[in-house]
Design a protein around this ligand. Structure first.
Ligand code: IPE
Ligand code: IPE
Ligand code: MG
Length: 265
């Protein structure tokens, strides 16, 4: 499997522009409530923020963008809201996939698809197949995704194929079965909407990810807000267990001026 480098088994390369950004897009409901609109209006505006952030990530040289769209616990919401979110997903697939493909975006969905309507599952599979060979940006949408579900499905599939591993297995045995097996571990995690929690998003791969929390509500998150997160990331010292003194002289993520971000690679 390409790209698998475990932060606990080897020291990953730290680049100035995060290679993989993972975002919990939170705050749609509150955005709508502030405007006396129904919650679903916030989800609709949230779609526009997705478009902007996908474009901005491509321009800045981010290679992998993973967006939490629907958690395995979001089924607990009112039935009408769940059904609206599913319709929005279908509409987004129908309307956006062509544009994503033209822009060289590889589209992936991670999560337990078994609970979705057949039409939605078909659209997801078609979008993944159409864009499979694009490599400008890999956009992964986490839908009916849970970090615990992911680890458990990985262990179960691994043991199904390799029953002998029941006696003991290691990270390298498990890695190919995780839903994000095609992506390096996230460098930068962003959560909008003010809450400071992981809410069962990617748990395994966040081991050494830099965490960034902002009060900005998801529908208001734009390219400038993304740049603020990237600048915060660039000021971190990623030690991966070592001391500061042990880091190579060029390991610091020297801050880039915002104007230069779009030229960075
Ligand atoms: C995030 O916004 C979108 C989903 C979870 C689908 P919310 O709907 O959680 O918005 P808040 O947190 O209620 O404001
Ligand atoms: C996390 O947001 C899930 C998504 C953004 C899809 P939630 O709004 O569901 O998280 P909690 O319930 O506040 O932790
Ligand atoms: Mg929320």
């Amino acid at each position: 499997m390409t790209n698998i480098a475990s932060s606990t088994l080897e020291i990953p390369e730290a680049r100035r522009v995060p290679r993989h950004v993972a975002i919990i897009m939170d705050g749609n409901g509150r955005w709508a409530k502030q405007r006396y609109l129904p919650r679903v209006a916030g989800h609709q505006r949230g779609m526009e923020a997705v478009r902007n952030v996908v474009r901005a990530c491509g321009e800045r040289g981010v290679e992998y963008l993973t967006l939490f769209a629907f958690s395995s616990e979001n089924w607990r919401r009112p039935a009408e809201e769940v059904s609206f979110l599913m319709q929005l997903f279908v509409m987004a697939l129908e309307q956006e996939v062509g544009k994503l493909h033209e822009n060289g975006v590889r589209f992936k969905v991670i999560g337990d698809l078994s609970r979705f309507e057949p039409k939605l599952t078909r659209l997801i599979r078609e979008a993944e197949a159409l864009t499979a060979y694009n490599h400008r940006l890999t956009l992964s949408i986490a839908a009916n995704y849970g970090g615990r579900w992911d680890v458990l499905q990985a262990v179960n599939r691994m043991l199904g194929e390799h029953p002998e591993l029941a006696a003991g297995f290691n990270e390298r045995d498990l890695a190919p079965y995780l839903a994000l097996n095609y992506a390096p571990e996230p460098d930068l995690f962003i959560r909008t909407g003010g809450e400071q929690r992981i809410s069962n998003f990617v748990l395994w791969q966040l081991a050494y990810t830099e965490l960034y929390f902002t009060d900005t509500l998801w529908p208001d998150f734009d390219a400038a807000a993304l740049d603020r997160a990237i600048i915060s990331y660039q000021q971190r010292e990623r030690r991966f267990g070592r001391t500061s003194e042990q880091l190579p002289a060029d390991a610091g993520l020297a801050t880039l001026r915002v104007e230069n971000l779009s030229d960075a690679d």
